[in-house]
Ligand binder design. Structure first.
Ligand SMILES: *Cc1c(COP(=O)(O)O)cnc(C)c1O
Length: 365
């Protein structure tokens, strides 16, 4: 191998792109002396709510915690069954477990790679109380079918928006479709902090109020403790950094969409499965389906192009979550073939020809 290595993602490069502003934000927090639940958190919540077009945002410690708190605040209780896709990041299922609930894994639609509404219907039991659709790789899940099913069966819907900041369906931002939504600001996400951070978005003031209590040991504004909570706050430094990056999110989305178009043009004619076309997608990942994926991936790495796998295996095959007797053929098929090409703008800009030539060579080798 010769020449520079193209990483699959590099969140530090994004922070460095805005470095003077990031440093000023951190200095501001230091000077203020307010480290938790201060003005940066409050203003970030208001700014992100405006960007999403939702009534309330509550900033918390991570995306997984946002999911857990949204489920609990929405009324899920221990022992409830919660329907989730298996093709997702482990925290989707981990958060369900942390809420005391039981994840029920269902298959994907092989075209959208998102949870298949037809499979949801088949998985509903008398103990099912909630549903967590994931907008995988930044592609909107089939929300109109999902919401219709949820209404019919009286299910709580918590959107997993960890990969879907700024994505929309017909102009309406994801995060405003379910009863509540969970966002992650893990550094590699489309909007990423300098450490762990997350948020719950909702139009329901009761859910917002309960998440506020649960994130901070159950305290109400009057200082009384009405229920038992945890320590799941976002800190002021992360909020201040997110306030620097949030105004640039629409531009970052446009850059990702442009890179995706470059990939589509460059990959036409190659034996790879492309992601679906969806004008509301924000391309957290640009994942192609390739045969002999692990060999192709290793060949690309030898040529200096690093790729990712999001995800393998499906969570239903992870030892801690193993669900005997469950058969998810579309998930298994995708998990064996998905390969995420670099699409973070700070990493991929200007390199699509090189990346796709490397992929083409690796397919043939
Ligand atoms: C990143 C991610 C999460 C969890 O976010 P953390 O902030 O890392 O806890 C949940 N769901 C999906 C789909 C994710 O990609």
């Amino acid at each position: 191998m010769s020449g520079p290595v193209i990483p699959q993602a590099d969140p530090a490069r994004r922070l460095n792109r805005f470095r003077p502003h990031v440093e000023a934000a951190m200095r501001g927090v230091l000077a203020s002396g307010r480290l938790l639940l201060g003005p940066e958190t409050e203003v970030f919540e208001a700014e992100f709510a405006t960007q999403l077009g939702v009534g309330h945002v509550v900033a918390v410690s991570s995306g997984a915690d946002a999911l857990t708190l949204a489920l609990v605040a929405g009324g899920a209780v221990a022992g409830d069954e919660v329907i989730v896709p298996s093709l997702t990041a482990v925290p989707t299922a981990g958060a369900v477990r942390q809420a005391g609930c039981v994840p029920r894994f269902v298959d994907i639609d092989p075209v959208t790679r998102n949870i298949d509404p037809a499979c949801i219907a088949a998985a509903i039991t008398p103990r099912t109380t909630a549903l967590v659709p994931v907008h995988l790789h930044g592609f909107p899940a089939a929300m109109s079918e999902i919401l219709a099913l949820a209404r019919r069966h009286n299910l709580l819907v918590i959107e997993d928006c960890a990969q879907a900041h700024d994505a929309d369906i017909a102009g309406k931002k994801l995060g405003g479709f379910g009863h509540a939504a969970a966002f992650s600001f893990y550094p590699t996400k489309n909007l990423g902090a300098m450490g762990d951070a997350g948020a719950v978005a909702t139009n329901d003031p009761a859910i917002a109020a309960r998440v506020r209590r649960l994130r901070s040991q159950g305290f109400d504004a009057d200082g009384s403790v009405a229920e038992i909570g945890g320590t799941r706050r976002m800190d002021e430094v992360q909020a201040a950094i997110l306030r620097v990056l949030l105004p640039h999110l629409p531009q970052a989305t446009a850059e990702r969409r442009r890179l995706a178009e470059q990939y589509r043009a460059a990959l036409a004619g190659l034996p790879v499965g492309l992601p679906p076309r969806d004008s509301g997608a924000v391309y957290h990942q640009f994942a192609v389906l390739v045969e002999d994926r692990d060999r192709v991936r290793a060949a690309m790495a030898r040529d200096g192009v690093l790729t990712g796998i999001h995800y393998t295996p499906g969570i239903h095959r992870q030892p801690a979550y193993a669900a005997p007797g469950i058969h998810l053929p579309a998930t298994d098929h995708a998990c064996a073939r998905l390969l995420s090409l670099p699409i973070q703008p700070e990493v991929a800009e200007g390199h699509v020809p090189l990346i796709t030539e490397t992929l083409a060579r690796s397919l043939g080798s």
